[in-house]
Design a protein around this ligand. Structure first.
Ligand code: CA
Ligand code: CA
Length: 295
């Protein structure tokens, strides 16, 4: 294998492709990324073991309240001289609203010289896209940070809410970078040179699983028991053997108990252990807390 690679490299060098190879190498390196946080303090909103957000859309009346979110930039180089980030959801039934800067809720912005109103904030309602822009384009230097890292404070805050009638299933908050609505981070080296990155290339979406029932209550009868456990096992057996699943979106969201994006024997095992735990009248943890504390 090594020999094969060295032959390719020699051929590439001979063909004058050295610069093309270097560009590819840079593109696979770490670049600035964007991530999201969702407040799980509201009724029916929980952060699962693997970071996925679970929302019971009927926990607080039909389709409940908006839940607060924040968007962060992670830029280990600390060279960002201009940050323009847009984000959206993968489904307009998860609607974004109430865009603000981070000062009111978090006390500061990530970058020095930007107060409560100094960044540009835009909401494109038709697209369900939001945008924030921190820009010191007159400077050749990176922007100075208010904290130790670029994500010591969010770039912006907003609310997300499921529209009435939104179907159960998996939703996502994600960077938006398409056409005229692109995202970018310009890293400045301080000597006039710079490099522009698209954070969409380095960022992962935040999954938000929406269900009309409690986590783990697959048949929606208000109890967690062996019926729910065997439901998960049936679904897992079908899907893992290549057949179509039998769950609808509400059931799928309720069944991914640890929030790792899969419905499998681990979820069934967690639910079985929780069933034993509550039926022995031993404890009153929620299913989610029980799973997160389980070794
Ligand atoms: Ca049940
Ligand atoms: Ca799972």
């Amino acid at each position: 294998m090594k020999k094969f690679i060295s032959i390719i490299s020699s051929a590439a060098i001979a063909a004058g492709m050295v610069s093309a190879i270097n560009v590819n190498a840079a593109d696979t390196a770490e670049g600035p990324s964007v991530y999201f946080k969702v407040s799980d303090e509201g009724v029916g909103v929980e952060t699962l073991k693997y970071g996925t957000i679970f929302v019971n859309t009927k926990a607080n009346g039909s389709y409940g309240a908006a839940f607060p979110c924040a968007v962060y930039l992670k830029d280990d180089s600390k060279k960002a001289g201009q940050v323009f980030v847009k984000w959206s959801t993968n489904n307009k039934n998860l609607k974004l609203s109430g865009l603000t800067g981070p000062v009111e809720l978090y006390g500061s912005t990530p970058f020095k010289g930007f107060g409560a109103e100094d960044m540009n904030l835009n909401t494109f309602d038709e697209l369900n896209v939001m945008a924030v822009n921190y820009s010191k384009i007159s400077s050749e230097k990176p922007m100075e940070l208010n904290g130790e890292t670029t994500d010591a404070y969010p770039l912006a805050c907003f609310d997300a809410k499921f529209a009435d009638g939104a179907e159960g299933g998996s939703y996502a908050l994600q960077v938006y970078s398409e056409g005229a609505y692109f995202s970018g981070v310009v890293e400045r080296n301080g000597d006039g040179t710079f490099k522009e990155y698209d954070p969409a290339d380095y960022s992962k979406p935040l999954l938000i699983n929406a269900s009309d029932r409690n986590l783990g209550d697959i048949n929606n009868d208000g109890k967690w028991d062996s019926v729910d456990v065997s439901g998960i096992m049936k679904e897992y057996t079908k899907v893992s053997s290549g057949q179509d699943g039998i769950f609808d979106g509400n059931q799928r969201a309720a069944a991914d108990i640890n929030g790792d994006g899969m419905i499998d024997a681990v979820d069934a095992s967690n639910l079985l252990a929780y069933y034993a735990y509550i039926s022995g009248n031993k404890g009153n943890s929620s299913l989610n807390d029980f799973v997160k504390n389980r070794k």
